[in-house]
Design a binder for this molecule. Structure first.
Ligand SMILES: *Cc1c(COP(=O)(O)O)cnc(C)c1O
Length: 443
């Protein structure tokens, strides 16, 4: 398939519109759909819809398809494993793929200490289990999470997630013993970005001391770059201060690398950019190369703390998902996807910087590697979020055949998460489209 954007109908086309009518009659209205083009196949960074239109994918299924859609190595590994067996349940009769994924995660995650891993199905499930492990290890109950955090949609992870709309609205009561502290968000820090790390850390330490008590804290959980909350890169040094505080107080430092992991930010894991070695790392999304797989990797003594049989699940570490993950990891290494993420990042950043010179509505361009975003604001110096503009720009991109995602606590951030294998010509085309959509939205 030629890696190019190609429109043969208006978007969405008639076949997608017919499917949309069926969706409304069959699928829960609580499941939202951003860009209602129904996908028939994908390859690399291109998605082909039911009408034959080719879209450039700048969402990668929310940072999942890093190795590209239908990556040949992943497709072959999935087919080969499915033909041998699809499922036994690792807790009943084990198999080598599970063990090998754990070995790879122990090797690739930051730090050279002894590690152990357990496998699950989704990012939320990994976070739930990271909290279970931290509580079993410390014998403590409290978990500290940050403003703008996103950790999932299950009961514990809803409690950890900051934003009520749409993730928590009407779904309480939430899990207890979760405490929230400010994030070192440089763009919106009241006294400015220079003092953000120190002041945010002081606020963190003081609130935990006064409102929780260090001796009650089992874990601090943080995304090394916040995803759904707005691609917020914590002020430099902040994560290290929090991690050091955790060490000092016997608290488990959990890095939620579900979105940032596996080369997305130009390194295997985003914690490494800040020189942080987490006690526990949660992964999912890109790990499975498109198949559902999640993991908790941590210090051996922490991961071995729960009772035997305390961790598991019917499908966790499914053999087909493990085969896909091993193929994805080997592709990331052989194709140097971390290096490619940096190159995609430079290309996108240069284009966004040019747009930011033209449009004062682009309040900030930020991110790392191929995890980049622009925050849109009312251009009157107030930094007032402009969610309507973000929505209009994403819709304008969709009409032109580029899948773009918004995010952010205020819904005013447009994020870019292309497959890391994307060709430079597609990045250029998608950035041209983004410029057109911005110009159109601002009329
Ligand atoms: C997506 C995400 C989750 C939840 O993962 P699911 O697979 O959707 O359950 C948790 N944490 C972060 C940082 C995420 O981006």
């Amino acid at each position: 398939m030629k890696q190019e954007r190609r429109l043969v109908t208006e978007l969405p086309g008639p076949a997608s519109r017919a499917l949309a009518a069926r969706r409304k009659a069959a699928v829960s209205g609580a499941v939202s759909v951003g860009n209602e083009v129904y996908i028939e196949r994908g390859e690399g960074a291109i998605l082909v819809d039911a009408d034959g239109n080719q879209h450039i994918d700048f969402g990668a299924g929310i940072a999942v398809a890093s190795v590209g859609h239908a990556a040949p190595a992943v497709v072959a590994a999935v087919a080969e494993q499915a033909a041998r067996f699809e499922h036994t349940c690792f807790m009943v009769t084990p198999y080598d793929g599970y063990v090998e994924v754990c070995e790879q995660l122990n090797r690739l995650t930051p730090g050279d200490h002894a590690k152990r891993t357990a496998l699950f199905n989704s990012g939320a499930e990994a976070v739930e289990n990271a909290v279970k492990v931290a509580r079993a290890y410390t014998g403590r109950k409290a978990v500290v999470a940050f403003d703008h955090a996103y950790h999932g949609r299950t009961n514990m992870t809803m409690a950890l997630t900051a934003k009520v709309q749409p993730y928590k609205d009407g779904f309480g009561p939430f899990a207890p013993e979760v405490y929230r502290v400010p994030m070192a968000y440089p763009y919106r820090w009241p006294t400015g970005p220079e003092r953000c790390a120190e002041e945010a850390f002081a606020e963190f330490a003081s609130r935990v001391h006064v409102q929780v008590g260090e001796q009650h804290v089992a874990a601090v959980i943080v995304e090394p770059i916040q995803g759904e909350g707005g691609f917020i890169v914590p002020a430099p040094g902040f994560l290290k201060m929090v991690a050091d505080w955790c060490t000092e107080h016997g608290v488990v430092f959990i890095a939620d690398e579900v979105q940032t992991g596996f080369c997305r930010t130009g390194d295997w894991f985003a914690s490494s950019h800040e020189g942080v070695v987490p006690d526990v790392v949660t992964t999912a999304k890109a790990l499975g190369g498109g198949m559902p797989l999640a993991a908790v990797t941590g210090r051996a003594e922490i991961m071995d703390a729960p009772v035997v049989g305390g961790l598991g699940g019917t499908y966790g570490g499914n053999p087909v998902s493990c085969a896909a993950a091993l193929a994805a990891i080997s592709t990331m290494e052989s194709e140097d996807l971390a290096g490619r993420a940096l190159r995609v990042g430079e290309q996108v950043t240069a284009r966004l910087a040019t747009l930011a010179q033209v449009y004062p509505q682009i309040g900030e361009v930020r991110g790392r590697g191929a995890m980049l975003a622009m925050e849109l604001v009312v251009p009157d110096g107030s930094k007032r979020p402009d969610a309507a503009l973000a929505k209009a720009v994403v819709a304008g991109c969709a009409r032109r055949g580029v899948v773009m995602l918004s995010c952010g606590t205020y819904g005013n951030v447009i994020r870019m998460l292309p497959p890391l294998v994307i060709e430079a010509s597609l990045v250029e085309d998608a950035m041209d489209v983004l410029g057109e959509a911005l110009a159109e939205a601002l009329g």
